[in-house]
Design a protein around this ligand. Sequence first.
Ligand SMILES: [Zn+2]
Length: 391
Amino acid sequence: MLENVEQSVRLGRYRGIEIGANWSVLLIAGLLTWALAASVLPAAAPGRLTLAYWITGTATAVCFFGSLLIHEISHAVVARRHGIEVHHITLWLLGGMAEMSTQSKSARAELQIGLVGPLTSLGIGFVAAALAVLGGLADGLALTAAALWWLALINLVIGVFNLLPAFPLDGGRVLRALLWRRWDDQVRATLAAARVGRVFGYGLLAAGFVLFLAGAFLDGIWFALIGWFLVGASTAEAAVTTETVLLAGVTAADVMSPDPAVVPASTSVDELLERYVLRSRHSSYPVVEPDGTVVGLITLDRIRAVPPPARATTSVRSAAHPLSEVPVLAPDAPAHELIAALARPIPGRALVMSGGRLVGVVSPSDVSRAIHARLLLPPPPPAPVDHDQPL
Ligand SMILES: [Zn+2]
């Protein structure tokens, strides 16, 4: 969902999962260490050396991000048990994000994947609290105990916050799984869970606004930020899930427009307008060299970008999107790859190629036509589902 893998720093690999952190995490880590060392720890265990606060504060911040990572890894391990690969885990402003390769195939898998994260955070919280109690009993460990109490509290808060039934928080997945089990309808369950997520999001936004007006500026901004994020994320999740479920089993070859009209690369933009664009209903054309090699895609936007006086002397080759900017799919590419390829607004088309040969073009309207065709069909016979098994 979050396409910000490029903006992240690589931290390492764990069992084939790339672990990274968004740049925002470095900022948060710095702020957190400072808050711990300069105010939280001195207040809880006064009378130590400044250096001791900074060392403990740094270690606490590292443990905090470590516990976020364990939370995400727990999702990944359970997802893998259900046949869903996780290739990236990215830590960012509001926690972590495990990017799963596909959607859950059953309500039971969805429920387990969603629940394990918050339960892991609650577990870490209880362990840290138990250690803090032990540390509090020992002489000279007051500072360590204070740090452990902070870690315990923050993990309990993360566990409970993630159980809120709001997409894309884990509780939203749990809610979706429960509704899915009840209705035996993944799309309906997703739409209902997403609606609840939006209500929570707007609620947090409103609460943030009220806090801000009441003078709690930072808390207000923080609430509003989380609320705004929840509204956007639950809307996006609903759209992607609906599309993916409705297009289950559909490949690029099924929805593409086959044998598209192509334009020779040496054609001028003027010629293209006269001989192709004005005479056909297409709004984009793959650009080919004389030997048949596809070198790019010319769209109306790219044509518009060439000033009218230059159109007679500009070749389609130089005006087009180069092939490197155009998503290329195999004919058997599944629906979720199709949706991901068309999610980028530019060029908004994907080429379907087989063995280096162009076989078709897919546009967003091809995909929406396929979705609407699906909606007109009677629902498929119910697949064997495992919702009767114990969890
Ligand atoms: Zn989680």
